[in-house]
Design a binder for this molecule. Structure first.
Ligand SMILES: *Cc1c(COP(=O)(O)O)cnc(C)c1O
Length: 459
């Protein structure tokens, strides 16, 4: 054999496992992970993607650079604050520290004074109630969708005819017939939303066995539409913030305060799903609803996400009247949707501390943003253009956040994304736009270096 296929001489697994660097990596990584990396590199060599001589060095360097998880930190240069594909809100330094501190054993359910079992999440709840004085009680679950699921489930059987459930019990079989529980949720046709990746809030609610009673039309719903729909089967009135789209023109919807009067007349709970979750009105987003206003207007329960405009960890926050919140807290489903200690720690830290990357990006000083963008454009030899940032991910739909970006050829986007650091810019109309709104100042130099490298490679 003179010319054997070099791919046949790919180093064998046992040989590779015996390399001193690979043995050393075993102190950090387990064998399954090491073998997976070895096999990946062997496969690449077999496919001719890397030369045989590079197999061992590639394995050694991938083992050395292997980070704790496969999630790659990204610099968000899209100008979109709450970017769903990039993990929504970046955590504040205080929240990050809180997570590290809570990672070990912590007194999440123990009173260290008495040594007795205590309630979970009291710190986060107290912080929430201080931030929202209009709320009597609060509950934290895994995300906004979980909060809605729990609310819709727990509010069943609390219809206007409190006796409806028992009245429908079949006297012979002594069991509830399928329609025994009042399970109708009244919602406007203008508020039936899909929240992304094909998930519809309407589907989520009907999985609980609840029925949706849609009222009004896509563009206009009036108080009378709700009033006419109320019946013995009604379990609650639901108002959902149309957080990811806008209907313009001949429109009309019913305010929380008006719905509250109607709900009170019929002794029905009023549930408001706000999505994005500002505690109080923010002048930068005049049309974005907030928790405090909704509660003051009379909502029994308000639901928001922790990782949208609040700038915290993924969580579903439920705030409102004690009785309503407790109905949810005591439901068995609440246990299945409870948050872990890390979320509770990060949420409390987010609420109690001032520094917050989402807040900073929303309220960025326009002069400072322009100055940074100009400096970057000069450093990389590109031009600066006007560019609107966005809240993104379920908040302030269509509201522009005026700013600037460095304009590059579209071809720069992919190498910037694949580079180290990974930089995700906005690709728009054949251009690659680098918006520094959501980038910490301290990263500007790294971005400049990365862009220069990409432009040199592309030249
Ligand atoms: C985002 C959103 C949800 C879902 O919240 P998650 O935290 O993503 O589960 C529900 N309702 C509205 C109005 C939203 O904007």
């Amino acid at each position: 054999m003179v010319e054997s296929d070099p791919r046949r001489s790919i180093p064998r697994t046992d040989h590779l496992l015996a390399l001193p660097e690979v043995i050393a990596a075993g102190e950090r990584l387990n064998q399954a992970t090491i073998k997976a990396i070895i096999s990946e590199v062997q496969t690449a060599a077999r496919a001719g993607e890397i030369p045989v001589a590079e197999v061992a060095p590639t394995i050694v360097s991938s083992l050395a650079s292997r980070s704790a998880s496969s999630l790659t930190p990204v610099l968000n240069a899209t100008g979109i604050l709450v970017h769903t594909n990039l993990g929504r809100a970046p955590l504040s330094p205080a929240a990050t520290q809180a997570i590290t501190e809570a990672a070990g054993y912590v007194d999440v359910e123990m009173d260290l004074g008495t040594g007795k079992r205590s309630k979970r999440g009291t710190g986060a709840k107290a912080a929430l109630l201080r931030a929202c004085p209009a709320a009597e009680d609060a509950l934290v679950v895994n995300n906004g969708a979980a909060a809605l699921l729990l609310a819709v489930t727990a509010l069943r059987g609390r219809g206007s005819s409190g006796t409806a459930a028992s009245a429908n019990i079949d006297p012979v079989r002594k069991s509830a017939s399928p329609t025994a529980e009042p399970g109708e949720i009244i919602i406007s046709r203008g508020e039936l939303i899909e929240i992304g990746a094909g998930f519809r809030l309407t589907d989520l609610m009907t999985t609980t066995g609840a029925r949706l009673r849609e009222v009004g039309t896509t563009n206009r719903t009036h108080l009378a539409d709700y009033a006419e729909a109320i019946n013995d089967d009604t379990s609650c009135l639901l108002k959902v913030h149309t957080s990811n789209f806008r209907v313009e023109g001949f429109t009309s919807s019913v305010e929380v305060a008006e719905l509250c009067t109607l709900a009170d007349e019929h002794e029905l709970p009023l549930l408001v799903d706000l999505g994005s979750g500002l505690f109080t009105p923010d002048p930068a987003l005049p049309d974005e609803p907030d928790i405090d206003t909704a509660l003051r207007a009379g909502a029994d329960l308000v639901i928001v996400s922790g990782d949208k405009l609040l700038g915290g960890p993924q969580a579903g926050l439920i705030l409102g009247r004690t009785e309503a919140v407790q109905t949810l807290a005591k439901h068995p489903l609440a246990r299945a949707l409870r948050t872990d200690k890390l979320t509770l720690a990060a949420l409390e830290a987010t609420i109690t501390h001032t520094a917050n990357p989402i807040h900073d990006a929303l309220h960025i000083d326009p002069d400072r943003l322009r100055e940074r963008t100009e400096t970057l454009a000069e450093a990389v030899g590109a031009t600066i253009v006007e560019h609107d940032g966005r809240v993104g991910g379920g908040g302030a739909p269509g509201v522009p956040l005026p700013g600037w970006a460095v304009e590059l050829p579209e071809a720069c986007a992919a190498p910037l994304r694949r580079g180290d650091p990974a930089i995700v810019a906005r690709v728009h109309r054949g251009r690659c736009l680098v918006d520094l709104r959501c980038v910490p100042d301290s990263e500007d130099n790294r971005i400049a270096t990365a862009i220069k490298r990409v432009r040199a490679d592309n030249a």
